[in-house]
Design a protein around this ligand. Sequence first.
Ligand SMILES: NC(=O)c1ccc[n+]([C@@H]2O[C@H](COP(=O)([O-])OP(=O)(O)OC[C@H]3O[C@@H](n4cnc5c(N)ncnc54)[C@H](OP(=O)(O)O)[C@@H]3O)[C@@H](O)[C@H]2O)c1
Length: 311
Amino acid sequence: MGWTIAQIPDLSGSRALVTGGSSGLGQQVALGLVARGASVVLAGRDENRLAGSVAGIRAAVPAADLRVLRLDLADLSQVRRAADEVLNSYGTIDLLFANAGVMATPERTTADGFELQIGTNHLGHFAFCCLVLPTLLATPHGARVVVTSSFAHRMARGIDLRSLTADRDFRPYRRWGSYAESKLANLLFMLELQRRSMAAGLALTSVGAHPGYAATNLQQAGPAMDGATGGSRAMSALNRLVAQSAEHGAWPLLMAGTQPGLPGGAYVGPSGPFELRGRPRLVGMCAAAGDPVLASQLWEASEQATGVRFP
Ligand SMILES: NC(=O)c1ccc[n+]([C@@H]2O[C@H](COP(=O)([O-])OP(=O)(O)OC[C@H]3O[C@@H](n4cnc5c(N)ncnc54)[C@H](OP(=O)(O)O)[C@@H]3O)[C@@H](O)[C@H]2O)c1
């Protein structure tokens, strides 16, 4: 029992933009959407991987209406360029999936000097979402933003706002700790976007989702960055034993994006033990994620870090 993709309504006439569309959950979300008639813009940083993703989706849905957008979330100048392309090329976007991400990477920085995971997973999406807001608000139906978080947000010890400065010397780097913090930031952003949109009377609903544990490139990409083949092999083995498919991992995101009447601030995840797998349903989040003071502080620090303001 529970939600399935058979419940996705007819999406003809609507347009979605999916970050991380070149791989894993993003590709599966796009597939689920075009299968119900939506037009989808796949955003990603690599043209070849985007083209491969498009080919994979078209193999299943030959008539799929797909476009691609070059977007590197780890470079704010590229985020601005991509947002300009959206503003100039698309009249409306009804659904934005802020989904791309990296996990447990070695200590690296974005082009602007931010720690890579908070910089990509949170700051890049924060800037992109705020910059494309006019296109989201142009839809007559009311737009929806779906932010992909993770069960790992619960492992965060809070958000150290100094992580949002380009000064990384204040504490030792913990690759899993930084990932958890970036995923907590995703939920704080999602809820604060909902609060600020409501306060401003904007026709925008902000919701969150997590896939449980799904076999994608995510588990290999981080270890592969510093050639840690042992870590990568261990993650592959774990994927085979525990993970659900990328297709099923995408279901909570698809429910969050398409279930009619889902309230702002809702968070969807798998219903199975430890929310690792299973049919999607509404799930809870840790207390820190629901802290409005922390969310507001994070928002202001993100505006300062990126130079992008909520219009
Ligand atoms: N898989 C899981 O079990 C799991 C669990 C919890 C949460 N999540 C979340 O799910 C989301 C999607 O991950 P996934 O599992 O589908 O992994 P994936 O297959 O590795 O996909 C990640 C996507 O993010 C893109 N990306 C990475 N860095 C980027 C950047 N700088 N700019 C633009 N795009 C970038 C990747 O693009 P490239 O193709 O160019 O690398 C790829 O399309 C992430 O936010 C992740 O934290 C996944």
